[in-house]
Design a protein around this ligand. Structure first.
Ligand code: ADE
Ligand code: ZN
Length: 324
């Protein structure tokens, strides 16, 4: 089964590129940029990745990305993950990135976009691989700041596929960003949002009704409301579920308690992603292997989950036909 999972051409719809920053690269970039890290060694960093909730993770996630300063840093970050993912049999990634987290530190948008877009271009030219671009907005920052950044990104609108909504979910409901998502829709961008990870199932409904999203990132708490489950099933909304992330952030007690089998039983449009692979114990292959070990799924189940992801990926119809 593990061989099958490695060979399976996998599609990842939910990946924060800043969350793919392995401690080894963090140390290399810190040295390149003359930055002191709060860890004495790679092992010390790895030992610190022990979280009780989303906020504890976010604190280290924002701290870790402080080593990203130049276009070359963003390029190296993305290329490092693309190569690793390709070796695990991944053929497409829809990549979230967090411009506000970099702007706040004085890193210009052009530096972030320059590095990431060059990595996308080089990866697509040098291997059987494609990359979708999701400009994510931080829900624990003010809504007008997000609108301003979206306007500032005008030169890149044609080069990105979608906007997303991430960061601390509790007490930051989707409705706060209604105007942002309306603007993105007007520009012609697709829309996705994290909802129902730590936040209540009502946030999933809000994201669908008020933000008009076509995918829900996580969404595992939908099972707390039969109405929300019914809505997701009726509209065939894709859920980008991240099993190892949910375990590491204590959204579930353990993988065997994960609602993935229940979501499948409900007939929902489920996909599997890694979220922040450098922090949560591995990428797409590790997530697939963990699901295989915990749930004993057949090859057909994994094939269907992959097909779900291909159908929802931000790719041209030609590329989609190649992937199917
Ligand atoms: N940013 C990076 N990873 C995230 C997650 N799992 N949830 C919310 N925001 C994030
Ligand atoms: Zn996420």
């Amino acid at each position: 089964m593990h061989d099958f999972l490695r060979q399976l051409p996998k599609v990842e719809l939910h990946l924060h590129i800043e969350g793919s920053l392995e401690p080894e690269l963090m140390f290399a970039l810190a040295q390149r940029n003359g930055i002191e890290l709060p860890y004495a060694s790679v092992q010390e960093a790895k030992d610190a990745y022990d979280f009780n909730n989303l906020q504890e993770f976010l604190n280290l996630y924002y701290q870790g990305m402080n080593v990203l300063r130049t276009e070359a840093d963003f390029y190296d970050l993305a290329m490092d993950y693309f190569h690793r993912a390709r070796r695990e049999g991944v053929v497409h990634i829809d990549m979230h990135f967090d411009p506000q987290a970099h702007l706040q530190r004085g890193v210009p948008l052009e530096v972030v976009m320059g590095g990431l877009l060059k990595a996308k271009q080089d990866a697509e030219q040098s291997m059987d691989f494609s990359v979708g671009m999701i400009m994510a907005f931080l829900r624990d920052r003010p809504a007008d700041e997000a609108l301003h950044v979206l306007e500032q990104a005008a030169p890149y609108w044609k080069l990105i596929d979608a906007i997303g909504l991430d960061s601390a979910e509790r007490d930051h409901p989707p409705e706060k960003f209604t105007a942002l998502f309306e603007r993105a829709k007007g520009i012609g961008l697709a829309r996705v949002a994290h909802a129902g990870e730590e936040g209540p199932s009502a946030y999933i409904t809000q994201a669908l009704d008020l933000l008009d999203v076509e995918r829900i990132d996580h969404g595992v708490r939908c099972l707390e409301s039969s109405d929300v489950v019914e809505r997701l099933r009726r509209d065939n909304v894709v859920l980008t579920v991240c099993p190892l992330s949910n375990v590491c952030l204590k959204v579930v007690d353990g993988l065997r308690d994960h609602p993935l089998p229940a979501l499948l039983n409900e007939g929902l449009n489920v996909t599997i992603s890694s979220d922040d692979p450098a922090y949560f114990g591995g990428g797409m292959l590790a997530n697939h292997v963990a699901c295989s070990d915990a749930f004993g799924w057949s090859e057909e189940v994994f094939t269907q989950l992959t097909r779900n992801a291909i159908n929802a990926a931000f790719v041209s119809e030609g590329r989609r036909a190649d992937l199917l």
